[in-house]
Design a protein around this ligand. Structure first.
Ligand SMILES: Nc1ncnc2c1ncn2[C@@H]1O[C@H](COP(=O)(O)OP(=O)(O)OP(=O)(O)O)[C@@H](O)[C@H]1O
Ligand SMILES: [Mg+2]
Length: 502
């Protein structure tokens, strides 16, 4: 019998929000089913209900003909359901191998069979074509590698039903291709796959059927995806028609002194000689594939890794930046990290605190006390501007949907009133509508004089908002393009610098 999962009229409320309202979804073996919706629409909540993490308030769940909800994730695993959750669930101190086999460690005479464990983990990674050292500890991996381990961990269970919550959010295009090959193979073997992503191109590439959630309601239920144009799907998600954005070419004066200059910068991580200038009010895009050394460059500039040669100049003066703190408080440089979960947010703090934390000292200075009202004004401004879905500003950041956490983490830095802002992959996991607001906001901040370095692996994003684009490959700058915003010609020149000489 081929796998089948039926969600019938499932509801779930959290304090202040109806996360799911009588949602229906039919997932069948041999198909890839897209679950789409804006940030906070209820996608992850539905997946957590199916897998026994949360309990539904009402409705039914049928798995392979059997009607019942699972009381715990373990029960769901035993019933043949595997899941990659949106947030990481790895144990930082354990090795890659231990994490992959965590739920079903191979036993021999009651103790863990290490040879078999290595074989299983190795097999899971090789099937995926991923190269990661099995003995490396999770804490030493990059965000992308952690995601790959999560995927391997789900696939090793040979489940009949696989739920993937934004599996491609932080992996490379090459790794995505490999993942899709595996998904196709599983599909042909009769596995039922649920796939969540904000990248609609890839949804169209691999999905057969689609369910769209809007504010917890399934506004499109288990229909063939091919019957809908991308713009129709977006309209269903957003609930109205999104206007096309007009292309604006900004004028940046590069005759004046640069605000930031790197001269032949050499780092302990492998940059040999990076030189660049950033001008007042400029949005400097830094494109490259994941792993090209862009975040590593940013983190070195900010004092996290050693500078072993060359110079950093701010306003023409040579500086040594010691730490993130130093960068922010002394030099007024902010950094929106790509590693939001670990570095970007205080999950146990309210949205209000998170947004205003970087300007706390300023609020303090002016008022002598931490002024809740003032914090609220700042928080509300960004909550409104980016459409952050919160019950109120007191909601804990940890209870927001993944994309909304992302928005809070970016807002915090936008609120910091820095002179230079380095933004690393700002829209990973962010829905289409918010992505457009982010882009507008970034342009607006630049218009107000903020100088911005935008690191992104999303070519369309880089071209939409940068004034100038640098291309990095293997820790080296390999190209510079003045952005005319003519998508076809700009993307061709970027791609040719990425591939030249390789
Ligand atoms: N543990 C929780 N406590 C309180 N509210 C929650 C909790 N988990 C989710 N919510 C709320 O439920 C709603 C749906 O969130 P969910 O995480 O399912 O969204 P999503 O569709 O996965 O969004 P994203 O694309 O951003 O990941 C949001 O308003 C969120 O704040
Ligand atoms: Mg989610």
């Amino acid at each position: 019998m081929s796998a089948e999962l039926l969600v019938e009229s499932v509801s779930k409320a959290f304090p202040g929000v109806q996360a799911l309202d009588k949602v229906n979804l039919a997932l069948h073996g041999g198909t890839v089913h897209a679950l789409l919706g804006e940030n906070g629409a209820g996608k992850s909540t539905l997946i957590k209900i199916i897998t026994g993490v949360y309990r539904a308030d009402a409705g039914n769940l049928k798995t392979n003909g059997e009607e019942r909800f699972f009381d715990s994730p373990i029960e769901a695993t035993h019933a043949g359901i595997a899941v990659v959750h949106q947030e990481r669930n790895l144990i930082a101190e354990f090795s890659v191998e231990e994490n992959i086999t965590l739920h079903n460690p191979p036993l021999r005479l009651g103790i863990i069979d290490r040879t078999e464990r290595t074989r299983l983990a190795n097999e899971a990674l090789t099937t995926l074509g991923f190269e990661i050292d099995l003995n490396e500890r999770i804490k030493n991996l990059s965000v992308a590698q952690m995601q790959l381990v999560e995927i391997a961990k789900a696939l090793v269970t040979k489940a009949q039903i696989i739920l993937l919550d934004e599996p491609t959010a932080s992996i490379t295009a090459g790794e995505t291709v490999k993942l899709f090959e595996v998904i196709s193979r599983l599909k042909s073997q009769g596995t039922a796959i649920l796939f969540v992503s904000h990248k609609l191109e890839e949804v169209y590439e691999i999905c057969d059927t689609v369910t769209v959630l809007r504010d917890g309601v399934s506004v499109l239920e288990s229909k063939p995806l091919a019957n809908y144009k991308q713009s129709e799907i977006v309209d269903l998600m957003v609930g109205r028609h999104l206007a096309d954005r007009k292309v604006v070419i900004r004028k940046v004066d590069r005759q004046v002194n640069a605000v930031l200059e790197l001269k032949n910068l050499k780092t302990s991580l492998g940059h040999e000689s990076v030189s660049l200038s950033l001008y007042p009010g400029e949005v400097l895009g830094m494109y490259g594939l994941v792993g090209a050394g862009r975040s590593e460059l940013a983190r070195s500039i900010l004092g996290l890794h050693e500078i072993t040669g060359g110079e950093i100049l701010l306003g023409g003066k040579s500086v040594k930046i010691k730490s993130f703190r130093d960068a922010l408080h002394v030099h007024r440089i902010g950094y929106v990290t790509e590693n939001r979960k670990e570095e970007g947010l205080f999950l146990d703090f309210s949205v209000r605190k998170n947004v205003s934390v970087t300007i706390l000292s300023k609020i303090l200075q002016k008022l002598g006390i931490i002024h809740v009202g003032k914090e609220d004004v700042v928080a509300s401004k960004y909550v409104d501007r980016l459409g952050i879905k919160v019950v109120d500003n007191d909601q804990l950041a940890g209870t927001l949907s993944g994309g909304n956490q992302q928005k809070v983490s970016v807002s915090k830095w936008l609120a910091a009133e820095t002179k230079i802002l380095i933004i690393d992959e700002p829209t990973v996991g962010v829905d289409v509508r918010t992505k457009a607001s982010f882009h507008e906001l970034i342009t607006e901040l630049a218009d107000e004089g903020l100088s911005i370095i935008l690191i992104s692996s999303d070519l369309a994003e880089i071209i939409a908002i940068s004034d100038r684009i640098l291309v990095m490959r293997d820790y080296e700058l390999v190209g510079e393009v003045e952005n005319t915003k003519d998508y076809p010609s700009i993307s061709r020149s970027i791609m040719s610098s990425i591939h030249s000489g390789s």
